[in-house]
Structure formats: C-alpha cells, structure tokens
Design a protein around this ligand. Structure first.
Ligand SMILES: [Zn+2]
Length: 433
C-alpha cells in the first residue's frame, strides 16, 4: 500500500447482503447478535479493568509515593496484554485480532476520559447493546467477481469455526454511486489503505462501515503563502492575502434567511393552531405540528449543503492561487443565551470552519487558527488599533492613515499575516505604555 504517513481516514457505508459462511440467514443473525453481546462485554470489561488498575495505582501512590509497575504486577508489559488475558476465556468464539481491536477501542475511550473519571467529574463510560462489531483491517477481504463486490470477513475463532462447521462469512454488496465505486476500486487496487472498520446492525439490515486511508492531494502549493479567511456578519466569508491582488467574497446570509423564513412560518402555524379547536382540525394539526418539529432538521440540512459549497469554493480558490496555508480565527465558546439568530449564526460559522479545515487537510493545505482579538479593529495597512476604526459594522476606516475598506476584507488581510495574534499582543503592549 502506498499510503504515506500523515494519511487521512474516512468511512464509507455499504449495505450488506448475506451470502454464506455460517449456515442460513437466521443462523448468521444469531451468531452476529451473539458477537455483538460479546463486543459489549469486552468493551465494558476493558474499561472496568483499566479503571480498577488506575484506582489501585492512585491509592498505592498516595501511600508510598510510587506508582505500580505493570510488568511486576501483571506479568505483561502493557495493561492491554493483561486485559486480553483476563477476557480471553469469555470470548472463545471471537476472532482474536478483533478481540484485540475491540479492547483497543475501549482502552482509547477510557484514556480520553480517564482524568475526568478519576476526579469524579464523570462516571465510568459504558457501552449499550447493539454494539458494532470491530473489524481489524486484517480480518477484512474485499473482492470483485462477475456477481459484483464481495466482503469476506474473519469473525470467528478457528475453534468456533471447526466445532460449528463454519468458514469465513461472506457478504455481497452494491455500489450505489460513483463515490462508493471509486472508494471500493481504490481499496482493491491498494491506492487506499484499509483501516479498522465495523459491521453495524440497523434493524433489519447489516452494514459495513469501511474505514479507508489515503494521502492528501498534492497540489504543489506554497506553505508560506497564507490566505486569511474571515467569517463575518455582513459578508459570510472573505478571503484575501496581504500584498496580493484579488480576494474571494461570499455574500452568504442564506442560512439565516432560511431559518428566519422557517421561524416566521412556525409562528404563524402556532397562531393558527391556537385559534383552531383541536377536534375540528384533526389530522391537519398533527401534520403542521410535525412540520414545526422538523424545522431544526431542515435548517441543519440546509446549512450542511451551503457550507459544503462555501468551503469547496474557498479551497478551490486557495489551490488556484497556490495558497499552501489557510489562517482563520479561533472561534470562541458558543454561548447558549445569545438568542436567535446569533446562536444559529455561531453554529453556522463553526460548522463552516470545520468543513474548511477538513477539506484543507484533504488537499495538503495547512490550517492555522489564531486568537482573533483586535483583528477586526486593526488597520491592515498601518497597524493602528482603535475601536473608532469601525464607523459601522460593514465599514473599516483607519483613524490614523485613512485606509478605508470593507470591514471583513480588512480583517481577512490581518488574518493573512503570520503570527498576527502575537504581533497584535506586542502592538497592544506598546500602545498602553
Ligand atoms: Zn491605518
């Protein structure tokens, strides 16, 4: 496989239809449900054992000032080795590579919440039923023959296969669009690497969540060319670079307008509903009320589409003009009480920024976030920082040198300067002296 270090990974979902390997369809379901229960057990036990270890270690440390030695206490170099040994009796049906992969999944989750759990700020994570089956990359084999694509997967231990007369389980699946097809082809050819994947049950169907790894696109961009990107209120997105001609401006406002439309409609529906007696309207009311509940989903869908379009536009612009770095403001915490539509707008920025970041990485563009303090009050021409530089929301006009521009354009110019946050801190320090 040609996938280099720093590879990115993504997941594609394929709907499976059972071929053979462990009896008829009913029996296959029974076996996979059993594996789901065992998966849950492995996950939860792993977390319990890891917690028990850390708790004991902490108590030991309080008394003696020394940490417990994993090797000396368990005979294993690492705790996951010990966990595997503790669990292996209970998961004899299970292919051992997948037991390991499952342990690693829970162990990683435990480690990420360990500090909070030990402090008592969070209860021990636990997994519910219907857990996805974790598949180590080694247990997956994809192929294609005249009947189409197929998955062969090692789910059971050799002992279990022998005693039940099973072989590896095979599924067929369909490629529904060009993206699904190209990912499958690239995995088959070795262009993409295979990552740890999952088999997921969603009543009444089984799915493969295939993780594939790929290297970022190489466009030969210049990492020292920085594109400053400002997400603004009067303009959705402004991108430019100090000293370069040209800029990208996306007017935006679509999401807020759409949300306002829905909000207005919701209010009028509620008014109508209040005026009409429940009995008289019957089915009509029900339909309208469910309409209201769906508003949030509608906004989210709309925002998703719009933000994909905006972020794609920006990345295309960056590639076309050789920008190897995109610099944006670090978005501060979202306050719940900012009210509509401010709250919505903030979420929209956040979502847009995440999409920009993901697409930048896929295209080998560096993505940098900086502290945005004063980037909207600072003159990008002379460095003068003054709140009076903003006679209105939309206009920037420098009180010192008279530079006048669209306020979001000026902010994007500032954001294209390397380490602008440090520069501003220095400039502010000088101003207050
Ligand atoms: Zn100025």
């Amino acid at each position: 496989m040609n996938v280099a270090k720093g590879a990115l990974s993504k997941v594609m979902k394929y709907e499976l239809s059972y071929l053979d390997g462990c009896g008829d369809f009913q029996n296959m379901q029974k076996e996979l449900w059993a594996l789901q229960r065992q998966t849950r057990e492995i996950l939860n036990r792993t977390i319990q054992i890891a917690y028990h270890w850390d708790y004991t270690d902490r108590e030991h440390f309080k008394k003696t000032g020394q940490h417990l030695d994993v090797k000396a206490e368990t005979g294993y170099k690492r705790l996951d080795g010990y966990i595997y040994d503790e669990l292996k009796e209970t998961v004899q049906n299970f292919a051992s590579v997948n037991v390991n992969a499952t342990i690693q999944k829970a162990w990683a989750k435990y480690r990420s919440s360990k500090a909070d759990v030990l402090r008592g700020d969070m209860s021990l994570p636990s997994y519910k039923s219907d857990q996805p089956l974790v598949l180590h990359a080694q247990s997956i084999k994809l192929s294609e023959n005249k009947d189409g694509p197929a998955l062969q997967v090692t789910l059971f231990s050799n002992t279990h296969k022998k005693s039940c007369g099973y072989s590896n389980v095979r599924f067929a699946f369909r490629l529904h669009d060009a993206t699904q097809r190209s990912i499958f082809k690239n995995v088959l050819s070795g262009e993409y690497g295979l990552g740890q994947s999952q088999i997921v049950y969603k009543r009444p169907k089984w799915f493969l969540y295939l993780t594939y790894n790929f290297s970022p696109e190489q466009h030969g961009l210049d990492p020292d060319k920085i594109l400053g990107v400002d997400l603004g209120e009067s303009t959705a997105l402004y991108a430019s670079s100090l000293g370069d001609y040209g800029s990208l401006r996306i007017e935006g406002g679509e999401v807020t307008a759409f949300a306002k439309q829905l909000e207005a409609r919701k209010r009028s529906l509620q008014k109508q509903a209040a005026h009409c007696g429940e009995g008289r309207v019957g089915h009509g009311t029900k339909a309208r009320v469910s309409d209201v509940y769906k508003a949030e989903d509608k906004i989210a869908n709309f925002r998703n589409t719009v933000n994909h379009r905006y972020s794609k536009k920006l990345i295309d612009y960056a590639i076309q003009h050789q920008y190897g770095t995109i610099q944006m403001e670090e978005l501060s915490g979202i306050k719940q009480d900012t009210g509509f539509p401010k709250f919505l707008q903030h979420w929209t920025y956040y979502d847009l920024q995440q999409k920009i970041e993901a697409k930048a990485k896929e295209n080998g563009i560096n993505f940098i976030k900086v502290d945005p303090s004063y980037t909207s009050q600072r003159c990008s021409k002379c460095g003068n920082i003054d709140s009076n530089n903003r006679p209105s929301q939309a206009v920037f006009c420098c009180t010192k040198c008279g530079f006048r521009a669209n306020a979001d354009f000026n902010a994007s110019q500032n954001l294209s300067i390397p380490e602008i946050d440090k520069i501003i801190k220095k400039e502010r320090g000088a101003n207050t002296k």
